[in-house]
Design a protein around this ligand. Structure first.
Ligand code: PLA
Length: 417
């Protein structure tokens, strides 16, 4: 066929094809994301008193996002950096070295022995997902146990790791279901993986005590379970990054080979920079070299290598004693503001004469208050009061301010009385 005839016949075929159903006509809309969808709904609301206590993103007392001073100073210092080329597949080595020192402590034996494999990840979500893919590849039959309730279980679903649930939160006490947790850990098949939140558990704001962590660690030893720590809030629970690392340190000192996913979204306010770290404690330096190389190989065909800017900010801060001190001070300020808002919310609810017990508002820690409100009550809060939160009743305390706390307390009281 001559060129023009081929073109004409292709066009006819194209027309025929286009008249049939579209390529994606079988695709139905995905459900709205339970957390990020709340922000979308909030942005679409034009009511002047609207309040967003959905996503866990820190706001100052004026309700505005915060750029930390240490971050501004780090940005100023790296502004002259001409380094714009690709990072290695595992990201910035300087960044990961400082990140793991923050997680495990400067003096940790596992660091001196070079037994930690670490790679820079796309924030905390990316760290968990990379580990889930690694688990699937190298322990394909293993299970992951996820706490009830949790928020990021879809990570393991999409990595095709089979998951089970373990008891964590007791709605009756609005605290930890420690005996249920221990029983489920005991009954899980030996060698299971467990997702643990290192501190400031999301969504409940309930953490085990130091003593309880020790008991959990011992039971993990007996059962030969693998702990994966999701550490998205180091510093946000107590205001002290060392104290918030205590669960990691307990497990590490008990000789567990743990994995840890760190996020700098919250504690440095680098949400959109997507800067995180996945580390895996190995039995030998050789094993850690192998593990790191495999983690990189999983990243390579997915996103090739992670972004540069956020990692440079973090390593500039963590490697400079003065900036690091400033950061510690600023993290404490954020944590303290949240604690004072817990007190203010509880105070206002009690002042309004609520008959319910709101002690958990001040007992729980970190960014969230797991209020105990039902889905129907949450729907009323949104519909009648323009207060936006996830349907599980989780209130992001970081969105509460002296300006909106009375309004919020009144709305909560109205739907719960
Ligand atoms: N792990 C926990 C426990 C988290 O709460 C979050 C974020 C992440 C990991 C992931 O954060 P990153 O990828 O941004 O580092 N949780 C948020 C948002 C703030 C979310 O669900 O992604 C939340 O509102 O629950």
């Amino acid at each position: 066929m001559a060129g023009r005839a081929i073109a004409r016949s292709n066009m006819r075929a194209g027309k025929r094809f286009m008249s049939t159903a579209g390529w994606w006509s079988h695709v139905t809309p995905a459900p709205r994301d339970p957390i990020l969808g709340v922000t979308e709904a909030f942005l679409a609301d034009t009511h002047p008193s609207k309040v967003n206590v959905g996503v866990g993103a820190y706001r100052n007392d004026k309700g505005k996002p915060v750029v930390l001073q240490c971050v501004r100073e780090a940005e100023r210092r790296i502004a002259g950096s001409k380094f714009m080329e690709y990072l290695p597949m595992g990201g910035s080595v300087k960044f990961t070295e400082f990140a793991i020192r923050l997680a495990y402590g400067d003096e940790a034996d596992v660091l001196n022995d070079k037994r930690v494999a670490s790679v820079q990840t796309l924030s905390g979500t990316g760290a968990c997902r990379l580990f889930a893919d690694f688990q699937k590849r190298f322990k394909p039959e293993s299970l992951v146990y996820i706490p009830i309730p949790t928020c990021h279980h879809n990570i393991w679903r999409d990595a095709r790791v089979e998951s089970r649930l373990f008891r964590y939160y007791d709605p009756a006490t609005k605290g930890l279901d420690f005996s249920g947790l221990m029983e489920d850990v005991k009954n899980a098949p030996s060698g299971s993986f467990f997702l643990l939140h290192a501190c400031a558990h999301n969504p409940t704001g309930v953490d085990p005590s130091e003593e309880q962590w020790k008991e959990i660690s011992q039971l993990f030893k007996e059962k030969g379970h693998f702990p994966l720590f999701d550490m998205a809030y180091q510093g946000f629970a107590s205001g002290d990054t060392e104290k918030d690392g205590q669960a990691i340190r307990i497990f590490m000192n008990d000789g567990h080979q743990i994995a840890c996913g760190q996020s700098f979204a919250k504690n440095m306010g680098l949400y959109g920079q997507r800067v995180g770290c996945l580390s895996v404690i190995c039995s030998t330096p050789q094993e850690s070299v192998a593990v790191k190389s495999q983690l990189q190989q999983i990243a390579r065909p997915m996103y090739s290598n992670p972004p540069l800017h956020g990692a440079e900010i973090v390593s500039t801060i963590l490697s400079d004693p003065e900036l690091k001190d400033l950061w510690h001070k600023e993290v404490k300020e954020m944590a303290d503001r949240i604690i004072s808002m817990r007190e203010a919310l509880r105070f206002n609810l009690e002042k309004l004469g609520s008959k319910l017990n709101w002690q958990h508002v001040t007992d729980q820690i970190g960014m969230f208050c797991y209020s105990g409100l039902t889905e129907e009550q949450v729907d009323r809060l949104t519909r009648e009061f323009h207060v936006y939160l996830t349907r599980n009743g989780r209130i992001s305390m970081a969105g509460v301010t002296t300006g909106n706390v009375e309004y919020l307390a009144n709305a909560v009281h109205e739907v719960s009385k």
